[in-house]
Design a protein. Structure first.
Length: 42
């Protein structure tokens, strides 16, 4: 599970030569961590 919009946008930007600063294979892990933080601090 991840942020589908982000999973679409970052590869789009990378394809156009932008440095997005996130390894695309780590998006799911980062999205999971973000969800845990939102749940913890909500």
């Amino acid at each position: 599970m991840g942020n589908l919009a982000t999973e679409r946008v970052l590869p789009y930007l990378e394809a156009r030569g932008h440095e997005v600063g996130v390894a695309l294979d780590r998006l799911a892990e980062l999205a999971g961590q973000a969800q845990l933080l939102r749940t913890k601090y909500a």
